[in-house]
Design a protein around this ligand. Sequence first.
Ligand SMILES: Cc1cc2nc3c(=O)[nH]c(=O)nc-3n(C[C@H](O)[C@H](O)[C@H](O)COP(=O)(O)OP(=O)(O)OC[C@H]3O[C@@H](n4cnc5c(N)ncnc54)[C@H](O)[C@@H]3O)c2cc1C
Length: 474
Amino acid sequence: MADAPNIHIAIIGGGPGGYAAAFLASDLGLKVTLIDPELNPGGVCLYRGCIPSKALLHIAKLIDETRHAKNWGIEYSDPKIDLAQLRFWKEGVVKKLTGGLGVLSKQRKVEYIQGRAAFENSNTLRVSRANGAEDSLTFDRIVIATGSRPAIVPSLKLETPRMMDSTSALDLNEVPGTLLVVGGGYIGLELGTVYAALGSKVSVVEMLPGLLPGADRDLVLPLHKRIEKIFDSILLNTTVAAVKEESGGIRVTFDGPEVKEREKLFDKVLVSVGRKPNSEIPGLEKSQVKVGERGFIHVNKQLQTDDPAIYAIGDVVGEPMLAHKASHEGRTAVEAIAGHKVAFEPNAIPAVVFTDPEIAWCGLTETQAQKDNREIKVAKFPWGASGRAMTIDRTEGMTKLVIDPQTERVLGVGIVGVGAGELIAEGVLAIEMGALAKDIALTIHPHPTLSETVMESAEVFFGTSTDVYRPKRP
Ligand SMILES: Cc1cc2nc3c(=O)[nH]c(=O)nc-3n(C[C@H](O)[C@H](O)[C@H](O)COP(=O)(O)OP(=O)(O)OC[C@H]3O[C@@H](n4cnc5c(N)ncnc54)[C@H](O)[C@@H]3O)c2cc1C
């Protein structure tokens, strides 16, 4: 690789976009300054997003499994939950990971500044350090990686610890007797799953007709059926018209055609109605950076903003707001700054909902194909026909391929079932490699594994799946 030019870059924000960008920049020989308010890099993902939520979901899964063990002839008594120890363990995971990133920063000689950055002009930042010092620092290029924060609905704003957002929900200060989750997206469902496992009676309210808007309905159905049993209620086509604090909790008024009980009292309410990009960076107006209507910073395929000296990556530039998208954008931006010929144009970005069962998809969805009026063929393999699914007593899953009928190329993959989040990586690789359905069918998968369901869904496409009998039409 050619020597990197002598460039000093600043990265504002130490999330998975920012630290991935900083580390690659250092690996490519650039001089790097990374600025973030926390003691170590990590951002939302490590401190109050992906990692703590997955640590808690692991516990939820364990509790759920012990409850199911009765069906297999093993009976556990009800779990005793030590919340302080649970929090300690979750915080330990976060500390280890973020501390590790701090060490990696030092090893790579990334200058890490604990503080906040504001723009003085396109190349100069005013940095307010955590220790109170202020500096004016100039760079050749600046990468904005300031991420996002929970969206706030004015009508749901109440200053009380009974109202939570995802950050305070992850703090796990207590397990409320009753919890209302406002918003049927992935964050609400994941956190609702945690609280339900710990003993809360959880209700979820969603204004649209289905949970997880955007995901294919056949993937959502098995999850809906399972959480219907775990949650107290799932209210669809319903909005929260008002919230009011009373001595015994939050009185919530519901609105919608299917509402049976117009008012209900909850111990706590978790609002998870989406996230807003952090594009209101002080002084940004002194640059040529353009911010679009929904607050996302406008960038090209090299992640360069309308200001040639400034790049932007991650949640602050648009959907999907996911950590792995942020990291890949961060790496592309740095390569572009280093003078490489690159563009961020993936064929598939996986999305995973870490509920139980998990839902994962990548590439073209059936829903999107219908919207685009695009001709596709869909091959589905039901997990009821999977030996491995049977051995873990989880046959409600399904794996499907979205295939181009002319070329037989795999355009999309969708999976619902235990471990879908791990299995989807094969789909991403298949799409990125331009795999045909035949390639997947001919790839020998290990037995007995859930990964076989990917291979067998390709066999279903050809009508030759070993475990699914499809009589030939006369
Ligand atoms: C509960 C929850 C669960 C999630 N689970 C997943 C998951 O399982 N998988 C997944 O892919 N994604 C998940 N996400 C989303 C994921 O966290 C984000 O997509 C990801 O963190 C975005 O990375 P980023 O680098 O763009 O920014 P962020 O991680 O948001 O980091 C931005 C950083 O910039 C800092 N910052 C902001 N302004 C300034 C400033 N002026 N100066 C200095 N620093 C500044 C912020 O303090 C923050 O530390 C989850 C999110 C939440 C809330």
